[in-house]
Design a protein around this ligand. Structure first.
Ligand code: TYM
Length: 349
């Protein structure tokens, strides 16, 4: 029987990339899955600390992440919504999986290689690979532990997580080969809006860490800010509207965003190509296109922003949700770890 799991790092208010890459497909799964399908969504603090974090800000960001998920429509009665760091078994399983994972495999991960590249270019001293921290290298193993701990079968994520989940699948297979069939091999679900790009540099993805704040639209941005960020989004000066991700990535990104929000039901969404044709038939220029998308974004995001403000203030509600999630996730995690310890020879004597 299926089990759904996904995760998000508490590193700032979630942005439109998170919304379209994770929240939206997750909410569709939440609405369409039979009540017997367990659905887990974890705010992963142990992943966040693989890069240096200010403790005060981290606490704030964890609450913000939880409040943003609730504001966007994650139902804490239906979904097991919890903080990863509340469940010790994540760390324990990660350790066990570390003993099965080769260092070379981790060094070949693109996220590790790009960290290496940024740390080299951002400091005066040359940082060598051996100076980067162990936790950052082992990041994908902890992610594999997150998924496998609940015997997950389906993981909805954006495209940037694909390589991590291939590793999780491989680790599951290695474990099963060595110790017997404990873990299902998790399938990955990537949505059409798998990679939303930066509004300022459409060669890179929209991210929480890019220096320019106007490169991303946050779920809590007020309407005027959403519109001004869109207005300043990098496109090009060709006269017609076409969907061409290779030579017109900025424009293609806007059409992808529009398409993802075109309709509530995935089946009736017009494709980015269809929307480009529609804009052309109506002789729209870039400005008219941005106005249209701006209106759609404001309609979608401002209720989420308003709801976020209310939920975020209600700290006792947030801790109630966290406790409920912790109790429900903990139950399954403990059950699976009993089995894992037993098959590897570490069961109680
Ligand atoms: P994180 O916190 O970077 O992102 C959360 C989710 O948002 C998606 N996403 C995007 N999708 C489309 N376009 C973008 N520009 C964009 N930016 C982010 C991500 O693909 C992700 O689905 N390592 C994970 C968190 C994690 C996890 C897990 C996920 C930890 N354990 C287990 C799934 C299963 C991460 O850093 O996501």
């Amino acid at each position: 029987s299926p089990t759904i799991f996904s995760g998000i790092q508490p590193t700032g208010i979630p942005h439109l990339g998170n919304y379209l890459g994770l929240f939206q497909p997750f909410l569709e799964l939440q609405a369409s899955s039979p009540p017997t399908t367990p659905i887990y969504l974890s705010v992963v603090g142990l992943h966040a600390i693989t890069l240096p974090q200010d403790p005060v800000k981290l606490l704030e960001d964890r609450k913000n992440a939880l409040a943003a998920l609730l504001a966007a429509g994650v139902d804490p009665e239906r979904t097991i919504l919890f903080f990863q760091e509340d469940i010790r078994e994540h760390s324990e399983l990660a350790w066990i999986l570390n003993t099965l994972t080769s260092v070379g495999r981790l060094q070949r991960m693109t996220t590790w290689k790009s960290r290496l590249a940024t740390s080299r270019s951002s400091t005066l001293d040359q940082i060598s690979e051996s100076d980067l921290r162990l936790g950052l290298l082992a990041y994908p193993v902890l992610q594999a532990a997150d998924v496998l701990l609940y015997k997950t079968t389906l993981v909805p994520v954006g495209e940037d997580q694909l390589q991590h989940l291939e590793l999780a699948r491989d680790i599951a297979q290695m474990f099963n080969r060595e110790f017997g069939p404990v873990f299902p091999i998790p399938e990955v679900q990537i949505v059409p809006s798998k990679r939303i790009l930066s509004l300022k540099d459409p060669t890179s993805k929209m991210s929480k860490s890019a220096p320019s704040a106007s490169s991303r639209i946050l779920l809590t941005d007020p309407p005027a800010m959403i519109l001004s960020k869109l207005k300043s989004a990098i496109t090009d000066s060709e006269p017609t509207i076409t969907f061409d991700p290779i030579s017109r990535p900025g424009l293609a990104n806007l059409l992808t965003i529009w398409s993802s929000l075109d309709d509530e039901k995935q089946g009736s969404r017009r494709s980015p190509q269809q929307l480009a044709e529609y804009a052309n038939e109506n002789k729209w220029g870039m400005k008219r296109l941005k106005d249209e998308i701006g209106e759609i974004l404001v309609d979608k995001l401002s209720p989420i922003g308003e709801s976020f403000e209310k939920i975020r203030k209600d700290e006792s509600y947030l801790s109630e949700v966290a406790k409920k999630g912790r109790d429900r996730a903990g139950e399954k995690a403990q059950e699976v770890m009993l089995e894992v310890r037993k098959v590897i020879g570490l069961g109680r004597i």
